[in-house]
Design a protein around this ligand. Sequence first.
Ligand code: BT5
Length: 327
Amino acid sequence: MDEEILQLLRDAPSGFLSGKEISRRLKVSRTAVWKRMEQLRTLGYEIEASKRSGYRLIQSPDLLTPFEIKSGLTTKWMGKKIHHFQTVDSTNSKAYQLALNGAEEGEVVLSESQEKGRGRLGRQWFSPPSLNLYLSIILRPTIPPHQAPLITLMAAVATADAIRKVSGLIPQIKWPNDILLRGRKLAGLLNEIHSEMERIHFVILGIGVNLNMDEKKFSKEIRSIATSLKIEIGETVSRKAFLQSLLLELEKWHSIFLEEGSAVILNAWRDRAEVKGRQVKVTSFGEAIVGTAIDVDSDGALILKTKDGIQRRVMAGDVEYKEKVKS
Ligand code: BT5
């Protein structure tokens, strides 16, 4: 009923709707309407009540409920179904289960916090409640499994563009899955794939973005390497607006990838990563490789030239820049 009340208030031409009219439309008593208004206020909705004109919605809180996100979401299919949780172990694990049970492409799992937010290789993603975004999207792309890493690059481009559109700042992508501002990690991506040799069943696209976290809220271990959009722009960011922009960018880049092919994605990624010519140390499966980054190849692997002139192709690993990162 709360959503119906909010919808009625949003649709009211003059902004105001009388308690009598609401109770008539919802077929409940006026006392029940009044009680729901009180409840909505406790959730953070600012609702004006005037004896003469009735109720008016002045402001909605920055909640990530499906109802709030859908109002103003302009995507065609991404995020049309949202599973919202107060807490989960990991949104990726939740989405994986849903996908195994037949959830459709574009369904999104969102959580206010994660108890076991995951990074790559068993690492953790710090996920305190109500400040940031932790989401996982179910994709069912018709591409061969060896191209799955390109989904990470595509999603990195989309995430970087959403950050630029919302904040005006230009983030940098760090191969393979980090988004940086001033050299600090603002967002991380974790893609998990369920496939056979020839066919992808689904990809879970996991994205964590630090939006409204203050420096002191970060755990000690990551305080000096991480940042949030609020730290960078000095003001609170609407999580809802950011999420809507992120879903729109993801839908756009996803269709570019499928319709125009990987070359467009790779070029967009190169523009936002500026990796070419960088001195890097890459740790891959326990081996440290130092060299000059040359490019990413058509499967998303990083190509390096070591100091003895040998070209190496790295499929997975962690990159450390040997020179200072540009701000
Ligand atoms: C990642 O791994 O960067 C992937 C992070 C993906 C998180 C999302 S949240 C929604 C979805 N559900 C999940 O369970 N996960 C995804 P990796 O490249 O391995 O980086 C992990 C490292 O980043 C950690 O070891 C820390 O050093 C650092 N880190 C952890 N939490 C962070 C945070 N909130 N902000 C910035 N850096 C963080």
